[in-house]
Design a protein around this ligand. Structure first.
Ligand code: ZN
Length: 125
């Protein structure tokens, strides 16, 4: 197997192991990481509710999942695209490339992300 493929698979295996361990802790022991931003400011960050989204979706409560964080699905789509883009670039060139293209996609996501951050705190979402 190609050396780059092996390294990439190792990275994904480590990420999957960490996420799997976190899922076991959250679902098995009902313990989740607190949001430091929320603890300090009392305001929600754009990622607040992501764990709640996953827990609700895991129990097929999709409306509650969406209410936990409406931005979760766009966040995961962006992260998934970035992972595929960076992985393909690494396999092609042997170098990590996190400058996701097309560039307009980063700007659109950033505007959505920051907009969501403001709107959810004003509207109490
Ligand atoms: Zn947060």
């Amino acid at each position: 197997m190609n050396e780059r493929v092996k390294k990439l698979l190792l990275v994904y295996a480590v990420i999957a192991a960490v996420l799997g361990a976190y899922a076991v802790i959250v679902l098995g022991f009902n313990i989740s990481l607190p949001c430091i931003f929320r603890k300090i400011t009392g305001l929600k960050c754009p990622g607040c509710g992501n764990t709640g989204f996953v827990i609700n979706a895991f129990h097929f409560r999709f409306v509650e999942a969406l209410r936990s964080n409406y931005m979760f699905i766009p966040e995961m789509l962006y992260v998934g695209y970035a992972a595929v883009y960076a992985s393909a670039a690494y396999l092609r060139t042997g170098k990590a490339d996190f400058m996701i293209k097309p560039g307009w996609l980063n700007i659109v996501f950033l505007v959505m992300f920051l907009g969501w951050w403001v709107i959810r705190n004003i509207a109490g979402l």
